[in-house]
Every structure is written in C-alpha cells, then in structure tokens.
Ligand binder design. Sequence first.
Ligand code: AP5
Length: 216
Amino acid sequence: MKKNIILMGPPGAGKGTLAKQLKDALHLVHISTGDMFRDAIKAQTELGKLAQSYIDHGDLVPDEVTIGLVKERLSQKDCEAGFLLDGFPRTLPQAEALSEIAKSISREIDVVVNLDCDVDELVRRISGRRVCKNCGAPYHVITMKPKVEGVCDLCGGPLYQRKDDNEDALKVRLTHYEEETKPLLDYYQKLGLLASFNSLVGKENLFDEVSSFLKK
Ligand code: AP5
C-alpha cells in the first residue's frame, strides 16, 4: 500500500474532501497546511496573524514559514503510519525542501495524487462551498448539502463561507496555482511519482478510484 501521499490540484479540485475520506478509510494522518493556517488564525497566534495577511487576498504564505510548519508536523510520531499532504508543496522550493525532509526522517513520498478539474467547475465549487467552523468538513450549497441547512452533519457545528472564497481572491489563487504549483506536476512526473485522476466523476467514484489505486 502507498502510505506517504501528496494530494495536488487547483483550489476547489476536492483535495480536502478526498483527504477526509481517505484518512478514515486508510488510517492516515491528514496534514492540510490551509487548515493549519486557519486554526492559527482562529487562535490569533503570531503565525495566524501573519498567515491571514496573505490568505485573505489569495496569496501564498512565505515558503520559509510553511516549510518550517510542515517539517515539524511530519516529524511527529503519528506520521509513521503514513500521511496525506494536502496543499503542500505548492512551490518548487517547498517541493525541494520536502524531498530533503522526507529523506532525513526516512518517510519518503510514495505517490503524488493529482486531481484534474476545469476552471468553470472550480469556480462553481468554490463559490458554493460552505465549511464547518468546528471540524472543517466541506459542503456545497447545491451539490453537497448538509441534512439541516447551515449545520454540519458530522459534529453539529455551524457552516460558514471562507473569507478567501470570493471572486477576487480566487483569481489570485488560480494564478498562483498556474504559475507556481502546476509546474510541480512535471517535477513529480520526472520522479515517476505522479498519478492523475479526473475529479469530475463525483465524490464517491473519485474516492473509490483513488483508494483502490493506493491500496495496490
Ligand atoms: P487551502 O486550504 O489548501 O486551499 P486550496 O488549495 O485553495 O484548496 P481548497 O481548500 O480551496 O480546495 P480543495 O481542493 O481542498 O477542495 P474541497 O475539497 O474543499 O489553502 C488556503 C490558503 O492557505 C492558500 O490560498 C494560501 O494562502 C495558504 N496556503 C496553504 N498551503 C500553503 C502552502 N503550501 N504554501 C503557501 N501558502 C499556503 O472542495 C471544494 C468544493 O467542491 C466543496 O464545496 C466540496 O463539497 C466540492 N467537492 C469536492 N470534491 C468534489 C467532487 N469530487 N465532486 C463534486 N464536488 C466536490
């Protein structure tokens, strides 16, 4: 089984949704840099204040900050069981740093799962996304409604719209993706680690396809 996994794809491709399904099914640790920054913002820590100034506009948090955060998290004991990196790496310096970190802690990357999705669908998904304030579970106002409007099915927490899920921030996020993150697909292709999946097949079909692939 492949157990040290990077999930890649543009904003809204479904990385967080898939990661939450896979972590339960395959007993892996879910490491989302976006969630880590949002937690820090909620707690108003120094990291949170710094991250907020970038995230609200759709910009990337500086590499040195993000790399330090991931290095510390990946070194923790629970990651021995395997991990899903969601939203990291996003730049070439982050990818190069990750190779070094993974080598130094003997937890090398087994595979990079890339989710393909067209821009019109990304815009539809991001503009309709709602997220649970307590547990971070993602919903959509049309395609993934909760049983009770505005309430998380899993923990009963309130649903909200992320501050960076607006048209202006999304344009900036998509540009960062095209210019800085998409080139990493070539980088991982050359290392023989890339596996791409079409994220338009629906949440459950995508989960079935990716989980069967990871179990091989
Ligand atoms: P982050 O939280 O990582 O945001 P993102 O990459 O833009 O990804 P999203 O969370 O928007 O989308 P997703 O692919 O997880 O989709 P989701 O599953 O929610 O990062 C936020 C910010 O933090 C960045 O902009 C940056 O500022 C900073 N940051 C984070 N990491 C960083 C790094 N490494 N370096 C520097 N800065 C960093 O799904 C979206 C919607 O679609 C939902 O409504 C969902 O219900 C629906 N949906 C999901 N899957 C499907 C499906 N298969 N079919 C139909 N609908 C689906």
